[in-house]
Ligand binder design. Structure first.
Ligand code: PEP
Length: 249
């Protein structure tokens, strides 16, 4: 039985004070949410404040990106080891905004996942097709390529969470229907069993992301292969993130 998982990607929003305020509200509103695992991904500059507030709670904290080297002359980058030492236990890898705007490729996703696991961080790895790819009928081959090229060299992915995020649904207010999302989640789970083992496929959590809101979360979460959500916009409001966590109960 997979435990539901609800994660909030705060993108490039919040400063340390507003992040601490949001984290403080979540600490209160989600203190009894034992039915799901939870994580938030604040921007780097808000991590320390959020880690401090959420210490000792069930809400994990992670970075939104990392560099695969431990340290070095890589101006502007932050390593997995640095995130871990700061107190993070999670990291987001391969978000479509990183792929679209910053040239993130499957090959660098792979390096980042390896670095995260080596540093003891649990990665949430994002995959998903663009609108053009969906309309051309190649959704499955796109996510298959992302999984094979980005993950299949990793012998054991039991510490990895996958997030299926159709790019056309991110920040657009247009979510995938429960059936559209379920179909891709089922395809991903079957692929995981082919590339790794049936046991890993049965246990890995596959989150859906893309315009998840309190009013569409319940129907999506009722689908067999949807194990929770990666939430962007709606995670910046404590009430709506809490309502989404309530919906996966
Ligand atoms: C995201 O940032 O991963 C995301 C899914 O955003 P939104 O919920 O705003 O579509």
């Amino acid at each position: 039985m997979r435990k539901p998982y609800v994660a909030g990607n705060w993108k490039m929003y919040t400063d340390p004070a507003s992040a601490a305020d949001l984290a403080g509200k979540l600490k209160l509103s989600l203190s009894n949410a034992t039915w799901c695992d939870m994580a938030v991904f604040p921007p780097f500059t808000s991590l320390a404040a959020v880690i401090e507030i959420l210490k000792g709670t069930r809400i994990a904290v992670g970075g939104q990106n990392l560099h695969w080297e431990k340290e070095g002359a890589f101006t502007g980058e932050v390593s997995a080891v640095m995130l871990k030492r700061l107190g993070c236990n999670m990291v987001l890898i391969g978000h479509s905004e990183r792929r679209t705007y910053f040239g993130e490729k499957d090959a660098t996703v792979l390096l980042k996942i390896k670095a995260a696991l080596e540093a003891g961080l649990k990665p949430v790895v994002c995959i998903g097709e663009t609108l053009e790819q969906r309309e051309s009928g190649i959704t499955e081959s796109v996510v298959e390529r992302q999984i094979r090229a980005g993950l299949s060299e990793i012998p054991d992915i039991s510490e990895v969470t996958l997030a299926y995020e159709p790019v056309w649904a991110i920040g657009t207010g247009r979510n995938a229907t429960p059936q559209q999302a379920q179909d891709v989640h089922k395809f991903i789970r079957n692929l995981v069993s082919q590339c790794w083992t049936q046991d890993i496929a049965s246990n890995i959590r596959i989150l859906y992301g893309g315009s998840v809101k309190p009013d569409n979360a319940r129907l999506l979460s009722e689908m067999e292969d949807i194990d929770g959500f990666l939430v962007g916009g709606a995670s910046l409001n404590a009430d709506s993130f809490t309502a989404i966590a309530e919906a996966v109960k």
